[in-house]
Design a protein around this ligand. Structure first.
Ligand code: API
Length: 291
């Protein structure tokens, strides 16, 4: 039987990014990709974009090791909106105002933001090397990579920037993020062979040096109302192109995030809200083997 059967969960969202948080630090067995898919899609499940699974801490000083599942059962190395939801849960339970978590992408320091409803997550350093993103072939300058969609002589989207925030991102620079059928182009680009681990696909419009608007097709989750790591990747990519400052406001369909690419250590700090919706326990029938 699944470790999630009869287990408590919290349904939350990070500016519209649908998040489920489960605290499995006392559980004996792990959450499997099948469990993650069942929660997201089975009849009577809890639909989400990302499932944040807190596991027993592996390192001294960390609250938990966090595994991040997309709703297709694939694992992600980073989830900014999901991290703020986890932080809110922990802070409300323990009264803490700072915490450190470990994910596949490394250690994430988190703290109470400048207002009671804001949380800041240090998302670590971005990576730009083609093998770190990763890309399937060498690109010396990942500020623009050779990737386009549409007619060769008149591409619809082309020359994205590529960045890793612990997960792969491609950012296409456009004048109007709503002028493209991202639901159609997203999966084609997500699964393009240039991305051996697939990629999150973002359309970004630089409004001015302090404001950028984005829309994201998420790897393993599809069109979402917000993607925190994409907001971080976009802010960094725009600054690398010298088209925006290192401290910007990102507007996503579900809300806004403040992103600072800190000068002194190149860490990316993301600040925003985290909303609690409801809590419950998973019905064991969700995980019953299909006979
Ligand atoms: N929604 C998440 C990103 C999940 C990334 C996931 N789609 C992947 O990299 O596979 C966020 O707020 O950062």
């Amino acid at each position: 039987m699944s470790a999630l059967a009869n287990h408590a969960f919290a349904k939350m969202n990070g500016i519209g990014n649908e998040i489920v948080v489960v605290d499995m630090r006392d559980a004996a067995s792990p959450v499997t990709p099948d469990d993650a898919r069942a929660v997201a899609s089975a009849e009577g499940g809890v639909p989400y974009d990302q499932l944040m699974v807190l596991q027993k801490p592996r390192l001294e000083g960390t609250e938990a090791f966090i595994r991040i599942y997309n709703n297709d059962g694939s694992e992600a190395g980073a989830c900014g909106n999901g991290m703020r939801c986890v932080v809110r849960r922990i802070f409300e339970k323990t009264g803490q105002t700072t915490a450190t978590f470990e994910t596949r992408a490394g250690l994430l320091n988190c703290w109470q933001g400048p207002a009671p409803d804001l949380y800041t997550v240090d998302m670590g350093r971005p990576k730009f090397g083609w093998q770190d993103i990763p890309l399937a072939e060498e690109f010396r300058d990942t500020r623009y990579i050779e990737l386009q969609i549409g007619p060769i002589d008149n591409p619809i989207l082309h020359s994205p920037s590529a960045v890793s925030m612990g997960n792969p991102h491609a950012i296409f620079w456009v004048d109007d993020v709503n002028a493209y059928d991202l639901g159609r182009f997203g999966p084609l680009l997500e699964n393009h062979p240039i991305f051996p681990e697939r990629a999150n696909i973002t359309l970004a419009h630089i409004v001015d040096r302090d404001h950028i608007t984005i829309r994201t097709w998420e790897r393993g989750a599809g069109l979402t109302k917000a993607c925190g790591s994409a907001a971080c990747a976009t802010a960094v990519a725009a600054a690398r192109l010298k088209r925006a400052n290192r401290n910007v406001e990102i507007t996503l369909p579900g809300g806004k995030l403040g992103i600072e690419w800190r000068e002194r250590d190149d860490h990316v700090l993301m600040t925003g809200t985290a909303t609690f919706e409801y809590e419950g326990t998973f019905d064991p029938a969700l995980f019953a083997p299909v006979t």
